[in-house]
Design a protein around this ligand. Structure first.
Ligand code: ACM
Length: 383
């Protein structure tokens, strides 16, 4: 007899340093599951979520992934925000021949045949952000990130690009993932001394609020020294005092303010379900569309055997809220739509630049030289 439902694992944190963004990813996942089930499920069977709270800790991600794969009979897991958590989960996924969907922008330089990466690689955001900032503000950069693998690698890519473009990295600083306000004191002192043109932030989670608060309290002016962020999202600015982050920039592939019909439909459904003030983020969007894509693959394959799903997903295209996306069959990463947003006084991201074509993922920067790669990634500049 067939199982009555299709089980999937949902592994995002409701507590800990990155809970705010991960809550939006839980919401995106739940919205997709509810939409699928209210339309009759897949092949007549509903999706059923098995979920745990790994508390923003890599070790717990690995333990819960193992529990899902071994005890809960779940082979397909959607989850993780921080790269440290994805890297903790993947050995379990590979050992148990499961499949993992990762909906977060990340540092690249990774491939697991049992993972699909639906967030941006650095050639789908980091480069565009650094380039825009150099053109509009200047070429002396200070980098600040959280102290773990994603910011280290992100900063390495940004450094390569800035230095090749004849800019300078004046300093590179790190704060703990579980940051406290005082962790930003030295950063502020360095800004006062170095006076960079641009600050690039790959600070994640709880530290994001402290970063912008410390900057605002020091009296700096975003018109001459903006923060250009990779991870600052609607989930962060929603809890800041009015105007705290106004004038600063973020690069990502989806903003709550995106005005296309598909984006408006998604945002309206999300807010109807989770409340008008619930922030919608690019990570929530990816968490949402990757479950819808999985359901499509499940319907075509007729089985949730991970190997069959992997084959079905390769090359698949899908109308996501950000635009039509495509799973790259070679890298398992996703062709996406890079955008840049500037935060206004109402804590809304105003889109100041977007690619007019879908950008292929290049997680290993395999284009023959760095210069060729940077030209390729920038060829669709529009604004
Ligand atoms: C991240 O760690 N990929 C945000």
């Amino acid at each position: 007899m067939n199982n009555p439902d299709w089980r999937i694992g949902i592994l995002f944190s409701e507590t800990g340093a990155t809970a705010a963004i991960e809550q939006t990813m839980i919401n995106g996942s739940m919205l997709a599951i509810e939409e699928i089930n209210s339309a009759g499920g897949v092949l007549g069977r509903p999706l059923k979520a098995v979920a745990y709270d790994p508390q923003s800790q890599a070790k717990k991600y690995r333990e819960f992934a193992a529990r899902m794969l071994v005890e809960d009979q779940v082979k397909i897991i959607f989850g993780a925000y921080m790269s440290s958590c994805r890297k903790a989960v993947l050995p379990e996924i590979e050992a148990h021949r499961g499949l993992f969907f990762y909906p977060t922008f990340y540092e690249g330089f990774e491939f697991s045949p049992r993972c699909f990466y639906t967030g941006a690689a650095p050639n789908q955001g980091a480069l565009q952000l650094a380039s825009y900032m150099m053109e509009n503000f200047g070429s002396n950069f200070v980098l600040i990130g959280s102290n773990y693998v994603y910011p280290y690698e992100y900063n390495r890519v940004v450094t390569d690009f800035v230095v090749q473009s004849k800019g300078k990295i004046l300093d590179e600083l790190y704060v703990p993932v579980e940051a406290k306000p005082e962790d930003f004191t030295r950063f502020i002192q360095r800004l006062q001394k170095l006076k960079p043109d641009v600050i690039v932030s790959s600070v994640v989670g709880i530290g994001v609020n402290y970063l912008y608060k410390a900057y605002a309290e020091a009296g700096f002016d975003p018109k001459t020294m903006p923060i250009a962020a990779a991870a600052t999202s609607e989930a962060d600015v929603v809890s800041m005092a009015p105007g705290t982050a106004a004038g600063h920039f973020t690069s990502t592939v989806f903003f709550e303010t995106l005005q296309t019909p598909a984006a408006r439909r998604f945002v309206a459904a999300y807010k109807a379900r989770f409340g008008a003030s619930a922030p919608v983020t690019a990570c929530a969007e990816a968490a949402y569309f990757e479950i819808l894509m999985y359901a499509k693959a499940l319907e075509i394959a007729g089985t949730d055997n991970p190997d069959a799903i992997i084959e079905t997903l390769k090359g698949m295209e899908f109308e996501a809220p950000q635009g039509r996306i495509r799973i790259d069959p070679t890298t398992h990463h996703t062709e996406l739509w890079p955008r840049l947003g500037k935060i206004n006084m109402d804590h809304q991201f105003e889109i100041v630049w977007e690619s007019d074509a879908r950008v292929k993922p290049d997680p290993y920067f395999v284009a023959p030289t760095f210069d060729d790669w940077s030209k390729l990634a920038l060829q669709h500049r529009k604004m």
